[in-house]
Design a protein around this ligand. Structure first.
Ligand code: ZN
Length: 332
């Protein structure tokens, strides 16, 4: 895929997401009205108010300002009444607010009018896609056999003892050992940490490919895909719920890029904890890769999730250190 293809695909993805947002909100509207039919006029009051304003404006253009003010006040009053009623029914107050993943661009992917600029969320996704396109397209070729330590700088010590190459090799050996001995690995969990561009995804693919070679069927997802499944499960989407259950129940789960997914209230932390806890209780194998350090993980997910992520009894934590290979420019 060329850059233009990647941009087009990403734009289509945003368009689908917006449709999905609207569909989900409409489903909520139907649900709430079914629970309390008296709410229907209140839910649709916005449109009625503005239709009335438009009519009156035509008849009394000199009162434009007063009309607009009156409409705003009535809309605010309706909104307050709606929120109070939702709360009384046991729903969150903002249950019928517009739904979107990115509060900045509201999932349009750009900001600014009339001069459009890509939203930060779009830029971040695009960079990731282009990187994946360049380096990850060959995920199946990323094996311990093709692992090339010569791409790592070998000049200065990165942890006081070893150079980046030496440290990377040590981490590789432990990953190899983990994948070789699975399901008898000493600890069923493996957490790969380190900044971007140190080769975490490559190692994750090596582990995955060796496991496949050995006859296992590991499930690999990104943090974002996991989040989508968690969010879908939360909102009762059957397909996503099934996907999330599979992630909980599969024998070996690999999660790449944990920490790049959205942090959504009542979902991200809660469902991630459920997933990790269930898998740990059942002694299932889980391999995670994250750019976040200990403090970031703590701040983002809280103590309960962290205790599962870094539980030294059942998780081996490996940290890569050094210079970003993408900036270092030696990665082929
Ligand atoms: Zn955005």
């Amino acid at each position: 895929m060329t850059r233009a293809d990647v941009v087009r695909a990403l734009n289509e993805e945003y368009a689908r997401l917006r449709e999905e947002n609207i569909r989900r909100r409409e489903a909520r509207v139907d649900e709430v009205i079914a629970a309390d039919p008296a709410l229907e006029p209140l839910v649709h009051s916005g449109a009625a108010l503005f239709q009335r304003q438009a009519r009156m404006l035509l008849a009394h253009p000199e009162q434009a300002e007063a009309l607009a003010r009156q409409t705003r006040q009535e809309a605010a009053a309706n909104d307050r009444a709606l929120r109070a009623r939702l709360k009384a029914l046991g729903y969150p107050e903002d249950y019928l607010d517009p739904i979107y993943r990115c509060p900045v661009c509201r999932d349009k992917g750009y900001v600014g009018d009339p001069v459009r600029e890509d939203c930060a969320c779009f830029r971040q996704r695009l960079a990731q896609r282009l990187y994946d396109e360049a380096y990850m397209g060959t995920g199946s070729a990323q094996t311990f056999a093709t692992y090339d330590e010569s791409i790592f700088p070998d000049d200065e010590k990165v942890d006081g003892v070893r150079t980046q190459r030496q440290r990377s090799l040590a981490v590789r050996d432990l990953c190899l050992e983990y994948a070789r001995s699975c399901p008898a690995s000493i600890r069923p969990g493996l957490l790969l940490m380190g900044n971007t561009g140190l080769g975490k995804t490559f190692l994750l693919n090596c582990v995955q490919n060796l496991l496949i070679e050995r006859g296992f069927a590991p499930v690999k997802v990104t943090g974002y895909r996991l989040f989508e499944a968690m969010r879908g499960a939360h909102f009762g989407e059957a397909e996503k719920e099934a996907e999330f259950r599979q992630m909980i129940g599969c024998d070996i789960l690999l999660i790449d890029d944990l920490g790049t997914e959205p942090l959504m209230q009542n979902i991200t932390r809660e469902y991630l904890f459920t997933l990790l806890n269930e898998r740990q209780t059942q002694q299932k194998h889980t391999v995670l890769a994250t750019n976040l350090n200990h403090t970031d993980l703590m701040n983002r997910y809280g103590e309960r999730v962290l205790s599962r992520l870094m539980d030294s009894m059942s998780v081996q934590t490996l940290e890569l250190k050094g210079r970003d290979l993408r900036l270092f420019g030696r990665r082929k």
